[in-house]
Each structure stands twice: as C-alpha cells, then as structure tokens.
Write a protein that binds this ligand. Sequence first.
Ligand code: PLP
Length: 369
Amino acid sequence: MTFGIDDLPVRDELRGKSPYGAPQLDVPVRLNTNENPYPLPDALVERIAERVREAARDLNRYPDRDAVELRTKLAEYLTNTCGHPLDVSSVWAANGSNEVIQQLLQTFGGPGRTAIGFEPSYSMHGLIARGTGTGWISGPRHEDFTIDLPAAQRAIAEHRPDVVFVTTPNNPTGNAVPAGTVLALYEAAQAARPSMVVVDEAYIEFSHGASLLPLLDGRPNLVVSRTMSKAFGAAGLRLGYLAAHPAVVDAVQLVRLPYHLSAVTQATALAALEYTDTLLKYVEQLKTERDRLVAELRAIGYEVTESDANFVQFGRFEDSHVTWRKILDRGVLVRDNGVPGWLRVTAGTPQENDAFLDAVREVKKEQNT
Ligand SMILES: Cc1ncc(COP(=O)(O)O)c(C=O)c1O
C-alpha cells in the first residue's frame, strides 16, 4: 500500500473529496470549459511581449502590490462599457475571479459563517466556501432553472447567510437573472443579517442584457465579480476583478497575499485592455454563434435553456453521461456538469460548432431509432 492523502492529517471536510476540474482530453473539438475559441490577435501578442519585456527589467523588485495602473484601466473599461462611473478605489484585481471569490469568502465567510448559492450554479462557489471553512447552503431554483425567488427569500431569512452568490448569466444553465430578482435577494439578505451579495458576472459581455454594475450605487454590501478569462479570451492569463464600494476593496486587502498579482500578469492584462475593442468584436461573433447553436439544437429536437452566455445547456437525456460519451466518440468534447438530463456546450468557432451540430444530429437520430 502506498502512502496517500488519507494517511495525512488533512482537514475532515476535505477527506474523500476530488479536486475540481473538467477532463482535459485530447480530442479535435473541445467545447467543454467555456473558453473563448479565438487565439489572441498577433498584434496583441506582440504588445504583450513588449510590455512583459519592460516589466522583466524590474523583476528583481516586487510588483505594484496595489496594481494601481491595472485597476485604473479596469475601472475605465467598466465605466465605458456599463455607463456607470467607477474609479480605481472601487475595483480590485486578483489571479482569476476564482481568487476574487476566495478573497471575498476569506473576508466575509470563514469558520462559523455560511454562504448560499442557487443551484445548479458555478460549483466553485461551494468548493471555495469549503476551502475557506465557510458553511455552504444550496438554495432553490425552478424546474426551468430560474431562481425561485420566494423560496430563495425564505432560505435567506431562515439561514441568515453571510454571503449570497448570484451568478448572472448563470453557469451551467446559461440564463441571466433579472435585476429585480437580484434587488429582491439583496433586500432579503440585508433584512436577515446584513450580508454581502456577490453577483458573479463572468459571462456578462455575452449577455443580451446589461450588466448589474449600476446597482452598486447606494448598496455597499453588493459586489460584482468579473473576469478576463471569457470575453477577453485570456483564460491562461488568470485575471479576475471585482467592482464594489471602496470599503469592500479595503476589506479584501486584509486577506490578500502581499504581491499576489505578478508584474508579468499586470503587464499582460494591461496589454490586453489596450485591445478591448478588437477583443469585443470576437464576443459579437460568439454571440451570433451562440444564438445559432440555440436555434439549431431546437430545430434538431433538443430542449435548450435560454442562454445569455458563451455556452448553451441542452437536453433532455435519460442518461446525460451516456450521451456525453456518444458525442465524445464523434470527436467533440462537451461538459457533463452533473445536472441530470442536461449537457452544456461552449460556443466555439463556426467550424467547431458545425462539427458539434453534426455529432448531436447523429446522436439524436440514433436515439430516435
Ligand atoms: C460563473 C463563473 N465564475 C467564475 C469563473 C472563474 O473564472 P476565472 O477564475 O477564470 O476568472 C468561472 C469559470 O468558468 C465561471 O463559470
């Protein structure tokens, strides 16, 4: 017998658990992790190289601990795209929005505290809660995957969570949450404790609707988290950020590691932000492809959840894992998120989407015969 995890004195709540992660299989068409399929344009790659070269000269020094230039540019991006004026004091950045969420839970959750999310939703919210010793409460949704507001309000009143997660557009279902629902949840959360409400807008650039950033006005316990992994096509960069009242930015600094954001990361993100307009053009193409996937999947005879994201949830299957495998056998990797009866496909390039649609057409035919 070899020495393993179970022989180590790991925390009880981690025993028997598996690490998060979608299968990284080597297949021709990978549409399983909601990445942007378009590589960064050559001009941007050059600009990154330039900026990183400059930053490399100072790598003997620690980076700007407060990432002021980057946060200023992120605030400009949010102001320009959402029509809601923000400055550096309201924006905080970290290594992916997962780290932003971790810092929020370290600050506002932790042992003896709880967080709630409305499931199915982004499973890392619950996993990061566990990792930070925060109790996790699974809140309700309707059959059609919209948030069951009265039940959610009751759950908040009953459990009085310290942190409330709302993902819009939601992952893995794809649907956006109306502003009115978020406001009602915020009110419920303030009446119960008061607690922090974290709106995870990782996919907002793909939405038919607007960002909820304007709701930050007058709501100091509201946080909007964002990422450059999706719309900016920079998942490998690891850059997430939040917008909130400046007091929230001050609070998360109590838990951030000193110099958490490397000079190379800051330089790369700044270069990518210079190319915002170019990168957002890809987003428009992906939205068109997403809408095509929705229409074609429906035409083939699948049920599809309304999507405001760069992915589409489709079903229903007696056994989603069996169907997942059949699609994989045809060279296309989609995601089985464990939502019974449903699978999720990320919008890829038109060619990738064609390959996916051909595969599911065949699978449907086979299942009908
Ligand atoms: C809803 C949601 N939030 C946050 C993230 C994390 O993104 P990142 O850590 O790459 O910024 C993801 C990634 O898939 C996501 O789906």
